[in-house]
Ligand binder design. Structure first.
Ligand SMILES: Nc1ncnc2c1ncn2[C@@H]1O[C@H](COP(=O)(O)OP(=O)(O)OP(=O)(O)O)[C@@H](O)[C@H]1O
Ligand SMILES: [Mg+2]
Length: 283
């Protein structure tokens, strides 16, 4: 069973088994709470969709550079990165790197330079829409662009919210999960009113679900009551393989494709792809 699942997930033939959207979909993966699974979600959804026939770009918008690490993309000091696009108008195409071993997947890395961007952006013209401009100027249209946001609501996250049509909010199944979410939603509403009228919180993903605790179940019910059909059916379990994968520069999809972590991210990706088609592509 596990081997069969692994083949289904790795899709060695490369055929298109997840429908490609009619229009490019740009998703900001955001939650200002730290450590809720933003990067893990970005990396694994991107790999899953790319393995199944979609062209995918990951933009690492966090100075920590975790998404770049997770995809094994060089991002040491001196590597051209998203900072250069935001501050110096360098085209995305010049800094995007192909992700080794995953056809159709590209990553714009973040280096430590990005740590200064939050402050430097303040005095830059059109400071909120630098990333939006860089993405729309890219000559090739990706099926999906995932923007991995930092755990804050500063100018970097605002850039992601201006560049995206959709927000994907990972929520960790823990007691304080919903605290702070109002603040995120308020910010999204502000961006919608003033900068990006079609921005939509399209997707909520429950992460690090521990089925042994009653609390996780209570949080899930809370989130489903509050956000209804925006919450994906697929729930990501707490799974040690998911947390091991980045130290091998891999996603869990390739590190252990038979694991529960890989299966659940595969299901989440499939749901996102199918929803995009059913709604005619929100992008
Ligand atoms: N499903 C999971 N099972 C076990 N560990 C997980 C799971 N998802 C994420 N983790 C681990 O939890 C930690 C936080 O995850 P991640 O880095 O994806 O969160 P984040 O929201 O991007 O954090 P930050 O706010 O710092 O950017 C990481 O060590 C990651 O490996
Ligand atoms: Mg992160």
């Amino acid at each position: 069973m596990e081997a069969l699942r692994a083949v289904q997930i790795l899709n060695p033939s490369g055929e298109i088994t997840m429908p490609r959207p009619a229009h490019p979909r740009v998703l900001a993966v955001a939650n200002q709470k730290g450590g809720v699974g933003k990067t893990t979600t970005t990396v694994n959804l991107a790999v899953a969709l790319a393995l199944h026939g979609n062209r995918v770009l990951v933009v690492d918008l966090d100075p920590q550079g975790n998404a770049s690490t997770g995809l094994n993309v060089p991002h040491h000091a001196g590597v051209p990165d998203v900072y250069d696009c935001l501050i110096d108008n360098v085209p995305l195409a010049e800094v995007a790197q192909a992700v080794e071993g995953i056809p159709n997947l590209f990553c714009v890395p973040a280096t430590i330079d990005l740590a200064g961007a939050e402050i430097e952006l303040v005095s830059v013209v059109a400071r909120e829409s630098r990333l939006a401009r860089a993405i729309s100027a890219h000559p090739e249209k990706f099926d999906y662009v995932f923007i991995d946001c930092p755990p804050s609501l500063g100018l970097l996250t605002v850039n992601a919210l201006c560049a995206a049509q959709e927000v994907l909010i990972p929520i960790q199944c823990e007691y304080y999960a919903l605290e702070g979410l109002n603040q995120l939603i308020n910010n999204i509403n502000l961006v919608r009113q003033h900068l990006n009228p079609t921005l939509d919180v399209s997707t909520i993903l429950l992460t690090m679900y521990d089925r042994r605790t009653r609390l996780a179940d209570a949080v899930e019910q809370d989130v489903r009551n509050h956000f209804g059909s925006k919450v994906l059916e697929a729930v990501i379990p707490r799974n040690v393989r998911v947390s091991e994968a980045p130290s091998y520069g891999q996603s869990v999809m390739t590190y252990d494709p038979g694991s529960r972590g890989a299966t659940s991210y595969f299901e989440a990706a499939l749901e996102i792809a199918n929803r995009g088609v059913n709604t005619g592509g929100t992008a």
